[in-house]
Design a protein around this ligand. Structure first.
Ligand code: NAD
Ligand code: TYD
Length: 357
């Protein structure tokens, strides 16, 4: 069964994955309705990520609304005003290191914010079945793997950071609304994303920008922690597939099937940047600095995503090295974006260019 959707509410659309998702839906799918992007514009929200989209698509296809997902009245009003028939919920505090330094915003936005959106959906939709609430979550809810094994949809939850615990909590709430109120929900738990427009606090963009400006690249602990990397456009395609065809009440794991130790990712980036600059890679590798480990650092993530492949026909399309090369090229080609993000100027850019769409 394919859902026939008209008005999407995408939360966190000014962030990394949200902006890539909006671009994907408007440019690369047969969706003809309207997307309403709801974002509070925290440090991670950058409307410049969607500047081209705003110019390319009129208000009938794309609208921006600045709001906090914890604001129940605002969420109720937006759902009603735009006659929303699908919520794709990405808004969150998303960085593990920040959750260690200050967990409060993670609890508020990730848990309470999800609750207020669920309430808004329940209030508007009643017992409708032709609608969907898709919750975007992470593989980190499953905890840390040893050398072997994979996360399956049935793996018990064992989150270990304030970030992953807050996401786990929101996942449980979403499932509770399905069981208790029959709200048509779907969930996805995805592995680490990389690609254009990622805020340079996460490993890959931080490494790229530090290497390009001759700064040290901090690698936590022994650098042998493993992540399963997925190109962000492939995640966007997976999300749209689930929203259109996923079964209500079901969770889908999404991953790159591409495990790599952090130190290997960093060394590969040194080689890619050296090749792009036509320089030797050794001077870049000398910038690698092993630093104190992250507290509670999960050792390994690896996702089994057979279910979404088998049931919904999704698969990854971008090989890791190819995706890394185009990501590096994107950061090289978008030095203005990089500069404005690094200096904090992007906040000023938003004030100057911000209109209500
Ligand atoms: P991001 O930090 O780049 O973007 C988050 C967005 O949410 C920002 O635009 C921010 O302004 C907005 N936001 C934060 N608090 C808000 C609030 N209270 N109200 C409204 N908007 C608010 O994050 P991302 O990397 O794009 O991740 C998006 C989602 O995907 C998150 O739910 C995250 O848990 C999940 N996820 C991320 C990854 C990854 O590798 N980045 C992997 C799996 C799942
Ligand atoms: P990150 O991009 O923060 O994503 P997550 O913690 O959600 O997986 O980190 C990816 C991996 O890289 C993780 O094992 C921590 C490590 N890391 C470093 O070694 N150095 C860094 O500067 C950062 C940001 C991360």
């Amino acid at each position: 069964m394919e859902r026939n959707l008209h008005n999407l509410l995408i939360t966190g659309g000014a962030g990394f994955i949200g902006s890539n998702l909006i671009r994907h839906i408007l440019r690369a799918t047969d969706f003809t309705g309207r997307i309403v992007n709801v974002d509070k514009l925290t440090y991670a929200g950058n409307l410049e990520n969607l500047a081209e989209i705003r110019n390319e698509f009129g208000a009938g296809r794309y609208r921006f609304e600045r709001a906090d997902i914890c604001d129940q009245e605002a969420m109720n009003n937006l759902m009603r005003k735009y006659e929303i028939d699908a919520v794709i919920h990405l808004a969150a505090e998303s960085h593990v290191d920040r959750s260690i330094v200050g967990p409060a915003d993670f609890i508020t936005t990730n848990i309470y914010g999800t609750f207020s959106l669920l309430e808004a959906a329940r209030a508007l939709w009643g017992d409708r079945h032709d609608v969907v609430f898709h919750h975007v979550s992470t593989d980190e809810v499953f905890g840390s793997l040893g050398a072997n094994g994979y996360f399956h949809e049935s793996t018990p939850y064992a989150p270990r950071s304030p970030y992953s615990s807050s996401k786990a909590s929101s996942d449980h709430l979403v499932r509770a609304y399905f069981h208790t109120y029959r709200l048509p929900v779907t969930l996805s738990n995805c592995s680490n994303n990389y690609g254009p427009y990622q805020f340079p606090e996460k490993l890959i963009p931080l490494t790229v920008l530090n290497l390009l400006s001759g700064k040290e690249v901090p690698v936590y602990g022994d650098g042998k922690h493993v992540r399963d990397w997925l190109y962000v456009a492939d995640h966007a395609a997976a999300l749209w597939t689930i929203v259109r065809r996923g079964t209500a009440g079901e969770s889908y794991n999404v991953g790159g099937e591409n495990e790599m130790e952090n130190i290997a990712v960093v060394r590969l980036l040194c080689d890619i940047i050296a090749a792009a600059k036509d320089r030797p890679s050794e001077p870049y590798k000398k910038l690698i600095a092993f630093v104190k480990d992250r507290p509670g650092h999960d050792r390994r993530y690896a996702v089994n995503c057979d279910k979404i492949k088998r049931e919904l026909g999704w698969k990854q399309s971008v090989r890791f090295e190819e995706g890394l090369r185009s990501t590096v090229q994107w950061y090289l080609d978008n030095s203005g974006w990089v500069e404005r993000v690094k200096t904090g100027e992007y906040k000023k850019w938003m004030e100057e260019n911000y209109t209500h769409r």
